[in-house]
Write a protein that binds this ligand. Structure first.
Ligand SMILES: Cc1ncc(COP(=O)(O)O)c(C=O)c1O
Length: 442
């Protein structure tokens, strides 16, 4: 049965969260949220604990979690190997302010999974790794400018956002994706230190997926014009495939940034890549080519212990396989629900399943791809999805704005069956309340 007024109903069933949101608004300027993805009107639930594929809020509501630590938790909440490693390390010391064997083991595991990684450097988060990559590229090439693609996300710092956002990103040029002539035109000016792309495509592993042939052509161009080519695998690294997204497309970047999954759920970033570029960090480098790297939390033993426990589980490739299988199951069942209701839209993607609501421009050969190549269409439909997000929360399914469902190995087919039921009921409720249109017959 359709819920008459979802907002009222949601507030009624989340009184504890409403109260906490009131407190949060007084301390956090961004409408009480500590991350833009945690914003929702009237408010998102306030979580008390999580386990496996589930999390619970202060009002006792249970959710199947598809936010999964913004993509960090491919093992799910509280994987026993990670919990054990963290607990044991906690007792041995969280920070030695010194070198330790765990950091070496962790870096060796990463190197063994990704052949393009000759050297590794650890950071507190993914964005920091991108900042270091930019700095290294500038020194290595002697050039200043940064080239990136429309919608591709690399963090919030000046150097990685579009200048139009009102920040001091005047050396950043943002161009549309999939235009090789344009890329060559820009690079030919020989002013660019680095070209960055998001692994998989823009937004969480590919809401706007890359055409593999386009990406395969990029290293040839960057080499020709003396620009460093970076693939940002902060989301995709060790998620969809063992060698990262670069292994699935068969492209070798100069540098790769990692984060999320490699920390097993603790905050981390890493930069890996060509030794000759990373050697700029060597104290013996010529003074004009040497940069220092500090960072209190770099490779701290606690994160290293969690990271090792997690990376050991990625090595066999089984984690990635299972997350992809679950993604395929969600796509198949969810798309059936859309089809049965005559709703123009599609679930696509791999271990992160994206929701597209809009016209079907063509039938892709592969159901990991969306049924349109139009970037504006892929990015549209936000208010409808936000409404859907609220409906899903009300039915025990937690997503970021119903834009994507992030799978982990802790999810089960039963979870997905329950999710698809909540998805179908939400669609029905939205059709009934007039916030979602069905396609015209025929
Ligand atoms: C592709 C990509 N790069 C970089 C980042 C920034 O990582 P962090 O939030 O760990 O700084 C993110 C965060 O979501 C991301 O999705």
């Amino acid at each position: 049965m359709a819920v008459e007024n979802i907002v009222e109903e949601y507030i009624r069933t989340h009184p504890g969260s409403q109260k906490l949101h009131g407190r949060a608004e007084k301390v956090f300027a961004a409408d009480g949220a500590t991350h833009v993805a945690r914003l929702l009107s009237p408010f998102r639930p306030y979580i008390t604990h999580a386990k496996g594929s589930r999390k619970w809020d202060v009002d006792g509501n249970e959710y199947i979690d598809y936010v999964m630590g913004h993509g960090a938790l491919i093992l799910g909440h509280g994987h026993p190997d990670v919990v054990r490693a963290v607990q044991e390390q906690m007792a041995k010391g969280v920070h030695y302010g010194d070198n330790h064997e765990l950091e070496i083991e962790w870096a060796e595991l990463i190197k063994s999974m990704m052949p393009s990684v000759e050297r590794v450097e650890f950071f507190s988060c993914g964005q920091e790794a991108n900042m270091m990559a930019i700095r290294l590229a500038r020194i290595f090439t002697g050039k200043r400018k940064i080239l990136k693609f429309d919608e591709n996300f690399h963090g919030w710092a000046d150097e990685v956002v579009a200048p139009a956002l009102g920040v001091v990103a005047d050396e950043v040029k943002v161009i549309p994706g999939h235009d090789l002539n344009l890329v060559e035109e820009e690079l030919a000016a020989k002013e660019y230190a680095i070209l960055l792309i998001e692994g998989g495509g823009a937004h969480m592993g590919g809401q706007i997926p890359w055409d593999a042939d386009f990406v395969r052509a990029l290293p040839g161009l960057t080499q020709r014009y003396g620009t460093i080519f970076l693939i940002d695998e902060v989301v995709t690294g060790f998620r969809d495939s063992l060698g990262g997204w670069q292994a699935t497309v068969g492209v070798t970047p100069d540098l790769t940034t990692l984060g999320k999954t490699i920390g097993g759920g603790l905050g981390v970033g890493a930069l890996g890549g060509r030794a000759d570029i990373m050697d700029i960090l060597k104290p013996k480098a010529p003074p004009q080519r040497f940069i220092i790297h500090t960072g209190t939390w770099n490779a701290n033993p606690l994160t290293a212990a969690a990271g090792i426990a997690a990376c050991k589980l990625y090595i066999g490739g089984e984690v990635q396989k299972k997350a992809n299988q679950l993604g395929a199951y969600l796509r198949e069942r969810g798309n059936q629900a859309l089809k049965e209701r005559g709703i123009n839209g599609r679930l696509y993607g791999s271990s992160i399943v994206h929701l597209y609501l809009g016209p079907i421009d063509y039938e892709p050969s592969d159901d990991t791809l969306p049924p349109t190549r139009d970037v504006r269409k892929l990015m549209a439909g936000v208010p409808t999805k936000v409404r859907l997000c609220l409906h899903l929360l009300h039915r025990g399914v937690s997503t970021v704005g119903a834009r994507f469902f992030i799978l982990s190995v802790a999810h089960t087919e039963k979870d997905i069956d329950q999710t698809v039921k909540a998805f179908a009921d939400s669609l029905d409720a939205m059709i009934a309340e007039g916030t979602l249109n069905q396609a015209s017959p025929g």
